[in-house]
Design a protein around this ligand. Structure first.
Ligand SMILES: Cc1cc2nc3c(=O)[nH]c(=O)nc-3n(C[C@H](O)[C@H](O)[C@H](O)COP(=O)(O)OP(=O)(O)OC[C@H]3O[C@@H](n4cnc5c(N)ncnc54)[C@H](O)[C@@H]3O)c2cc1C
Ligand code: SF4
Ligand code: SF4
Length: 599
């Protein structure tokens, strides 16, 4: 019982390990833990792990010589290949991976007797939000009932507080220090409460006009974020968007039952109120050439997203009745709802996009919706909450089924998807590779087959204009400038650079690009906000359950496209915001050098 409790406490500590911890220290602690777990019968484990621990201790204590690196690698390698059981082998492998992956940290200890990791011990939630939003600050403002100020504070780093409140995948919660006590803070849920409570919050004033002109290609969250900050800095910004409306995948991907369209429209209008000019239904590379834009503007930001669909490559994929997820969601984004009444819909894929398609198909009146995935449910890349929501709405999950071909009926249209049952095989990259089971193929009748196996980037027009492309994505450096020097003044970011990712990553890329374009144009504007953060209350933080948002009942919500999620109540927001440990002010994670008021 006591041992179970200790293990449980240890798991919580690991869950709360913030980024920035010393990898040598971590490796030694894991190694000692594994050493305590071994049976001690084989020499490599009993003696070898102890020796490794002494070597790592030398590194940490500043006693190590350069040859220690070799000793550590050789000892770990020898244990990994000779220990009699998995405990010893894995412990040594862990050290081996660490010494190779974090070589710089080891050398810093050996040469300079100090730790690289400790130098930048960050507040965990802030470090993991790609845009670096001041999370403890806005939670404190919500707790003080100052939701409008919370929105102002968020906008300093992210002009899309509403979008992120509804659909952000909240990586910031992963290592929340509150995990040590009970559970991570509901950071996204609190942001949702703030945006719902604050209503319309006026935008800050723009800096004096600089006379510089910037073109942004692509009106998704990435492009609009860059446009927003550039406009605040006083530059004249024109956004060129290929589709009828702005929003990118926030409109043409994410269904309105997750992010209501009127909320998206309000947020975009608020951003445009800074004086940004928009040219919709202009396809750059077709309606206007990239070179023409270069001649007209002082700088260009390319943020065209990932909008082509990937294919499965199985026979019959070109048949009428086979559609791509991108195609289907794009039509819905423009309010052109396909009629699925009484139809059998089969969706291929196991990611979030596949879930958006299956759940939309349910709402479009389908008689039956099946989701075919070649691995196990636990291996799906979709968020578990999305998969559970889809199942609750009546979607049938057909896991461990690999699509083989699409059968066409007499009229040439798709009539069925044939699948080959799979069984889990060897584990690679953390997931078992599916392999054919010794079972016959199965026929799944289908009126429509939707392929949701990923998106690519439409790079051709840009490649012709000389934009560097690497493995299907636009090649930009970490400062968002293009990898080629003759593209002076041209920057890129978002999904078209990283491949399909997330809204907050595209927003963060837009923010970085705005800062770099501003520097390129010869300025150094600062984006700041004059919101004072309440001082933390000195009170005991007793264990307290996390307050979650709720959802409308499945039987009701599956009939419409209205928002599924119900936000926190006043009471819920008050309780939840009180749980924050204010790592900005207390403990090893406090903001070094004070809060970042401007960037
Ligand atoms: C179905 C689906 C669900 C998703 N769900 C989530 C989620 O829940 N949470 C989350 O964080 N992320 C989610 N994402 C991912 C997220 O939407 C994207 O990562 C994000 O929108 C990328 O932003 P972006 O600005 O780089 O590109 P986009 O949003 O794709 O915007 C690019 C814009 O450029 C325009 N464009 C393209 N080519 C040209 C051209 N030649 N000329 C002019 N304009 C052009 C496009 O029309 C588009 O409007 C989802 C994506 C999909 C597809
Ligand atoms: S934008 Fe996303 S990652 Fe950043 S604080 Fe909000 S929920 Fe967390
Ligand atoms: S307790 Fe608060 S400040 Fe600390 S990591 Fe969690 S949300 Fe961030």
């Amino acid at each position: 019982m006591m041992v179970d409790q200790l293990y449980h406490d240890m798991e919580r500590r690991i869950a709360a390990s913030p980024p920035g911890l010393c990898p040598v220290d971590m490796a030694m602690n894991f190694l000692n833990l594994c050493h305590a777990q071994t049976c001690g019968k084989c020499v490599p484990c009993r003696v070898g792990l102890g020796q490794l621990s002494i070597l790592l201790g030398d590194v940490l204590e500043g006693r190590a010589k350069p040859r220690h690196m070799e000793f550590i690698e050789e000892t770990a390698q020898s244990i990994a290949s000779t220990a009699a059981c998995a405990i010893g082998r894995h412990a040594a492998q862990l050290v081996l991976d660490g010494v190779r992956g974090f070589a710089d940290d080891y050398w810093e200890h050996i040469h300079n007797h100090r730790c690289l990791g400790n130098l930048e011990n960050p507040v965990p939630c802030v470090a993991l939000c790609p845009a670096g939003i001041d999370i403890p600050g806005y939670i404190a403002l919500i707790n003080a009932g100052r939701c409008e100020d919370a929105i102002r504070l968020i906008r300093k780093d992210n002009p899309f507080p509403v979008a992120c409140a509804y659909i952000c995948e909240h990586p910031c919660e992963a290592r929340c220090r509150r995990n040590m006590i009970d559970d991570a803070m509901n950071i996204r849920g609190l942001k949702r409460y703030a945006v719902d409570t604050a209503g319309d919050v006026a935008q800050p004033l723009c800096a004096a006009p600089t006379g510089k002109r910037v073109a942004v290609i692509g009106g998704g969250p990435g492009g609009l974020s860059a446009a927003y900050y550039l406009a605040l800095m006083g530059h004249e910004v024109d956004v060129y968007e290929k589709r009828r409306q702005l929003g990118g995948m926030l409109r043409y991907g994410i269904p309105s039952y997750r992010f209501p369209r009127e909320k998206l429209d309000q947020e975009i209008n608020s951003i445009l109120s800074l004086g940004i000019t928009v040219h919709t239904e202009v396809d750059v590379g077709k309606d206007i050439q990239f070179e023409q834009l270069r001649g007209q503007y002082d700088s260009i930001y390319i943020s065209i997203g990932a909008h082509t669909d990937k294919k499965t490559g199985i026979p019959g994929e070109e048949s009428p009745g086979v559609v791509s997820a991108v195609e289907m969601l794009r039509a819905i984004g423009d309010n052109e709802m396909p009629d699925f009444t009484g139809k059998k819909i089969v969706v291929i894929g196991g990611g979030n996009v596949a879930m958006d398609v299956t759940r939309s198909a349910v709402r479009l009146g389908a008689e039956k919706v099946s989701c075919v995935y070649r691995r196990r449910q636990v291996d799906m890349t979709a968020l578990p909450v999305e998969v559970e929501g889809a199942v609750a709405e009546g979607v049938e999950l057909l896991t461990l089924m690999a699509p083989v071909r699409i059968e066409a009926g007499e009229d040439g249209r798709a009539a069925a998807l044939w699948v080959q049952p799979q069984i889990p095989g060897q584990i690679r990259s953390g997931r078992p590779v599916p392999q054919n089971a010794l079972q016959p193929e199965i026929r799944i009748p289908a009126d429509i087959v939707v392929v949701a196996v990923g998106q690519g980037i439409e790079t051709m027009a840009f490649e012709h204009a000389g934009i560097p492309i690497h493995r299907g994505t636009i090649e930009a450096l970490s400062d968002s400038t293009l990898a080629k020097t003759d593209m002076d003044g041209v920057f890129a970011g978002g999904d078209c650079v990283t491949g399909p990712a997330s809204a907050i990553k595209a927003i963060a890329a837009g923010k970085v690009a705005a800062a770099n374009i501003d520097e390129y144009l010869g300025f150094h504007h600062e984006i700041s906000v004059d919101v004072s953060i309440p001082a933390p209350a000195l009170q005991n933080k007793a264990p307290h359950g996390r307050v979650n948002t709720t959802e409308r009942e499945a039987g009701e919500r599956k009939n419409d496209f209205h928002c599924i999620e119900c936000g926190l109540t006043d009471q819920g927001a008050e309780e939840e915001s009180s749980r924050c440990l204010r790592c900005d002010r207390f403990g090893y994670g406090s903001f070094k050098g004070g809060r970042k008021q401007a960037w």
